[in-house]
Design a protein around this ligand. Structure first.
Ligand code: PRP
Length: 174
């Protein structure tokens, strides 16, 4: 069965407005304090690139790879770190940047990961959230959109590594 991108669910204008809104909130939160933005590969890279250019607080960036393996039960499965964060974490404000929070397993693991490394604070920014899919409660400090349980592609999000390049977010059609 092949899948194709269907209707536009979140258009370019809506994405731009959400990125600007989130950037204002981040600027207000950190003001003159330096924050390390850590984008979680791969999906976050487009959002991250747009977001950092709207930030006025002092910013450093890094990327990290993490893969979550659900076990089909209500609890989270394993999360493997596929690429470590290279920047020093101790006494650093860390802001995790995700394209989407689904079960919450990846981000709850990452919050603890940075806390254990001695971060001064650990917050979470996500463009999309699917609350109906949550397996573990995770607080999203800066959020673009709550969305229903639809498979979304574009603006960094993929289906089998396809469609990340689309500049709007589409629902995937079978
Ligand atoms: C997605 C997304 C998050 C994670 C969220 O990554 O970017 O990292 O899943 O899911 P969770 O809340 O259920 O843990 P994915 O594994 O699809 O990899 P990708 O970003 O490379 O597409």
């Amino acid at each position: 069965m092949s899948y194709t991108p269907g209707e536009v669910f979140i258009n370019e204008e809506q994405i731009k407005d959400a990125v600007n809104k989130i950037a204002v909130e981040i600027n207000n939160k950190y003001k003159n304090e330096e924050v390390l933005l850590v984008g979680i590969l791969k999906g976050s890279f487009v959002f991250m690139a747009d977001l950092i250019r709207k930030l006025t607080c002092p910013v450093k960036i890094d990327f990290m790879g993490a893969k979550s393996y659900g076990d089909g039960t209500i609890s989270c499965g394993r999360v493997n770190v596929t690429k470590e964060c290279d920047m020093p974490i101790r006494n650093q404000h860390v802001l995790i940047v995700e394209d989407i929070v689904d079960s919450g397993c990846t981000t709850s693991f990452l919050k603890k990961y940075f806390e254990d490394k001695g971060a001064k604070s650990v917050r979470l920014c996500a463009l999309l959230s699917k609350p109906s899919r949550r397996k573990v409660d995770v607080n999203i400090d800066f959020l673009g959109f709550n969305i229903p349980d639809e498979f979304m592609v574009g603006y960094g999000l993929d289906y089998a590594e396809n469609f990340r390049n689309f500049n709007q977010m589409h629902i995937l059609n079978p």
